[in-house]
Design a protein around this ligand. Structure first.
Ligand code: ATP
Ligand code: ZN
Length: 582
């Protein structure tokens, strides 16, 4: 390490010193400035050494600069009018340095021990910083309990957030389910519409069929009426008495014709007779015969003429009668033919009527069939209508398609509220992160608290234990016939051969040794100093003991600086004798 001192204490010329690790001895005459350098160095370890204690009273500015392990530390002091300004970078700011980094008559412990004061509690508790640890421990515990509270709150929040999330998930599920339900309702409604349409179509179809059949029925009934009228008409024309009368007439005519025919035959015969007679008469007239050829009686020839005239006349009459008979017969035949024709007509009519009756029966059968069909259709229609009215109840329930939508809106609103709540709480993941951060903090703090507790106990016990260990080592190394310990009341107790000795009865080197043992205990247990400065000038050690002490100190810290009064000024590296024991 290297340091520069200027205008600090009695050092009024710039001083630059470089020393290596180990023990260095600064030799200088009295009042040269050894204490000044020691205090300058010490001032880099605690701000309790004030600038006005440092700056040379005649100087306006001064400094102490230290290069230690590659870093620089300094105190630079300026006097402006009556005020001191300082810029500083201390190696540490710990007033324990006053007790543990510098061993001189200024050291309070040394002072007291030399003065015979046995109570060292103040020294142990201030150098072990036990109160500080206690305070720190309490601070940590307060912080810890507030952190634990925060953690509880976070945990609650996290649980709430999870709960909200779960609720939201449930809502989402229900919404999804309702959406699906809505969708299937739509399909069902479509189907229902289709079914209704189909049913209406079917119903219409049946109604159409019924109407068609009714029309057909009407038409057939009209036809039947007509047909029945025709049949009536025709039947009236073919009454049996008419045929009978015609047949009777024909029979009469036949009789008449019979008579006429025989009459005609008779007349023909008479005509032929008369023609023969006439021929005879004419012959007789021609021959002027006087006898009758029939009877042979005398006949005046002139009479033939008369006779011929009479017979001719008679013949003419007969032939006229024959003609009229013939004519009458012909008329009768005609009349008979007429009657026969009419009978035939009637017979044809009868045929017709029979046919018409068949047709009528057909129509009646048809009507019956149609009526039955209509009845069937009517029944189908009724049944269908019944079915429709029954199923429409069911369909109406399905039709209430607003229910899911309403529920979805309700759920979405609820979800929004939950989401808002969640946004106030923070999402579970973020909370979990915070929670684990908090957990980590708590863990660290718990560890710290644990460490502090351990440290607290350690410091309490170690000071005494370490002291006893070190004191017994050192006392025997320095060949003092003493045993030292710190009792429960933190009193320094010294014994020789089991008997307790008053401190005041000890030699000054023994008391100095005891004080140094206490300092070393502090250094070993809880204070790390970059350098340890010993003012040897006051010491009453012999060389052998001094060397052993220094040797022991070399184990505790890197740099040990010992000031020594000497006529010559020098900073020398002390060559150490090998350590006696460890
Ligand atoms: N702040 C100061 N301002 C002015 N002079 C000072 C100051 N501090 C000390 N001195 C003087 O500087 C000189 C050196 O004093 P210092 O105590 O450093 O000497 P020393 O080498 O330790 O002597 P000794 O061997 O007697 O202990 C002394 O004459 C002292 O009076
Ligand atoms: Zn609908």
């Amino acid at each position: 390490m290297k340091f520069k001192v200027y205008n600090i204490g009695g050092i009024v010329n710039p001083l630059e010193v470089e020393i290596s690790k180990g023990v260095s001895v600064y030799k200088a005459p009295n009042a040269y400035g050894k204490t000044s350098i020691a205090r300058a160095l010490l001032s880099l370890l605690t701000s309790s050494i004030k600038p006005d204690e440092l700056l040379n009273v005649f100087a306006d500015n001064g400094y102490i600069e230290l290069e230690y392990e590659g870093k620089s530390y300094y105190r630079r002091i300026k006097r402006i009018r009556n005020k001191l300004l300082e810029s500083s970078k201390l190696y540490m700011d710990d007033d324990r340095a006053l007790l543990l980094s510098y061993f001189s008559p200024e050291n309070k412990l040394l002072n007291q021990v030399l003065g015979g004061q046995e109570n060292v509690e103040w020294f142990i508790s201030s150098t072990s910083k036990i109160d500080e640890i206690k305070k720190k421990k309490e601070e940590v515990e307060t912080k810890l309990s507030s952190l634990q509270k925060e953690r509880e709150e976070l945990n609650d929040k996290y649980k709430q957030a999870l709960d909200l999330k779960a609720k939201m998930r449930n809502i989402d599920d229900e919404i999804a389910r309702l959406e699906k339900e809505k969708e299937s309702d739509k399909i069902l409604n479509k189907t229902t519409h289709a079914i209704t349409t189909t049913r209406q179509n079917k119903l219409n179809e049946i109604i159409d069929k019924i109407n068609a059949k009714r029309n057909e029925l009407n038409e057939i009934q009209t036809r039947l009426t007509k047909l029945e009228l025709e049949i009536q008409q025709k039947e009236s024309m073919i009454k049996p008495e008419i045929i009978k009368s015609f047949q009777d007439q024909i029979a009469q005519i036949d009789e008449e014709l019979q008579r006429k025919s025989s009459l005609r035959n008779d007349t023909e015969i008479e005509i032929r007779l008369l023609e023969r007679v006439l021929d005879e008469i004419k012959e007789s007239e021609k021959k002027k015969l006087s006898t009758c050829y029939v009877c042979g009686s005398h006949v005046d020839p002139d009479a033939w003429k008369v006779r011929s005239d009479i017979i001719s006349k008679e013949l003419r009459e007969k032939m006229a009668s024959f003609d009229s008979i013939k004519k009458e017969s012909e008329e009768l035949s005609k009349k008979k033919d007429e009657l026969s024709r009419r009978i035939k007509e009637i017979e044809a009519l009868q045929n017709d009527v029979a046919k018409l009756r068949t047709s009528r029966q057909d129509l009646i059968d048809k009507i019956e069939a149609i009526k039955t069909q209509i009845e069937n259709y009517e029944r189908q229609k009724r049944e269908m209508e019944d079915r429709f009215s029954r199923s429409s109840d069911m369909l109406r329930v399905v039709e209430v398609e607003d229910e899911p939508t309403r529920r979805i809106h309700e759920l979405q609103k609820k979800r929004g509220e939950l989401e808002y709540e969640l946004s106030l709480l923070g999402v579970p993941n973020a909370l979990l992160e915070k929670l684990s951060e908090k957990e980590k903090e708590i863990e660290d703090l718990q560890k710290l608290s644990e460490d502090l507790k351990k440290e607290y106990i350690r410091r309490l016990t170690i000071a005494r234990e370490e002291f006893m260990k070190i004191s017994n080592q050192l006392l025997s190394q320095l060949e003092f016939d003493l045993e030292a310990e710190i009792n429960d009341n933190y009193q320094l107790v010294v014994k020789r051969n089991g008997a307790t000795l008053d401190l005041k009865k000890l030699s000054s080197s023994e008391r100095t040794t005891l004080a140094l043992i206490l300092v070393i205990t502090g250094l070993k247990s809880y204070f790390k100093t970059p350098f340890f400065i010993v003012d040897e000038s006051f010491m009453t050690f012999d060389q052998k003991r001094f060397d052993r002490l220094v040797n022991y100190l070399a184990d505790v810290t890197d740099y040990i600086i010992i000031t020594k009064s000497d006529e010559n000024v020098e900073f020398v590296k002390e060559t150490m004798e090998p350590q006696v024991s460890s």
